[in-house]
Ligand binder design. Structure first.
Ligand SMILES: [Zn+2]
Ligand SMILES: [Zn+2]
Length: 313
């Protein structure tokens, strides 16, 4: 059996220490951009708007998962699913109740997802879980009800609309993938075009904290983040090790809160290649959304990027 030097490195215990990539490695991951239109070329320049990844702490994702990263070229060679004329829409299927008082607004999630992916997003009427033969249990630790992800994925697959690029279940109920697991934030079957994500653990009340004036904003921000991160996986985009990026893996809530709500140049290029969006138009729509929702730091980031990418309009 042939073992490449890379494989040997992966097997060595020392190599599980993550080394942030060099500038040359970042540029190689983005790939050659000279043939691309001017605004897109500028959007893919790894300027200082894109922060390097810090050295991971012992509990962080990259100290516990040996990830080597996926370059733009590796991504296109993996022949991922891409939206086309037949399968052009993102469908969101709320599972169970989404109360205005304690859940992110479905309309805000729809607007964000539509701007992020530059695709039509359809929110289906909420589905009653009891009618779908979905196994559930009470988590012995938290006492909260949990739904079995495999049953949900099967139910979604059976009702995949003909024009759906993907059908994503979203729920305020906690999830578990197997009786031996404590919980899971979500699970997906990208090739089958279905996934399910829970926002339950993004609510401060899940941890017994008292809701504050900012709780709703925090919950929306976290929900937008997980929805965009997980939906990018549905496009075949893997975890990012190149920059601080929405696609960085995350082992705990603090790490996921530290991730930005935007894509690094490598992953922006992957998503743009998949859907063919206008990069300036997409940044404008995301800027509008972040301004409307009061996500000030992200709004400033998109404003700065737009000034650089499209300085004359
Ligand atoms: Zn992920
Ligand atoms: Zn990235």
């Amino acid at each position: 059996m042939l073992i490449s030097p890379g494989t040997i490195l992966l097997l060595s215990p020392m190599a599980s220490r993550f080394t942030p990539p060099s500038r040359a490695q970042q540029l190689a991951a983005i790939g050659l951009t000279t043939a691309l239109p001017q605004p897109l070329q500028r959007a893919l320049e790894p300027r200082d708007d894109f922060q390097p990844l810090p050295e991971p702490e012992p509990s962080d994702w990259l100290r516990n998962h040996a990830e080597v990263g996926q370059t733009f070229d590796q991504f296109t060679r993996s022949l991922p699913n891409r939206p086309d004329n037949h399968r052009s829409k993102l469908y969101l299927q709320p599972l169970g109740r989404f109360n205005e008082s304690d859940a992110p607004s479905l309309d805000q999630l729809r607007r964000f997802t539509a701007a992020f992916f530059m695709m039509e997003v359809v929110v289906l009427p909420a589905s009653d879980l009891a009618q779908n033969h979905i196994m559930s249990r009470r988590n012995p630790g938290t006492g909260q009800r949990q739904l079995l992800t495999g049953d949900i994925l099967n139910a979604l697959q059976a009702r995949l609309p003909k024009d759906a690029f993907v059908l994503l279940g979203i729920t305020m109920t906690d999830l578990y993938p197997d009786p031996s697991w404590n919980f899971v934030f979500g699970q997906a079957a990208p090739r089958d075009r279905v996934g399910v994500y829970s926002f339950a653990r993004y609510d401060p009340r899940f941890y017994g904290q008292t809701p504050t004036a900012d709780s709703r904003k925090l919950m929306l921000r976290r929900s937008c983040k997980v929805l965009a991160h997980e939906t990018c996986h549905m496009f075949g985009i893997e975890h990012c090790v190149w920059f601080r990026c929405l696609l960085n893996g995350s082992n705990h809530l603090a790490e996921s809160d530290a991730r930005p709500l935007h894509l690094c140049p490598v992953d922006l290029r992957k998503l743009q290649w998949s859907t063919g969006f206008d990069v300036v138009e997409r940044y404008r729509r995301l800027l509008d959304f972040h301004r409307q929702e009061g996500f000030e730091d992200e709004a400033q980031w998109f404003e700065k990027r737009l000034r650089f990418i499209a300085p004359h309009n």
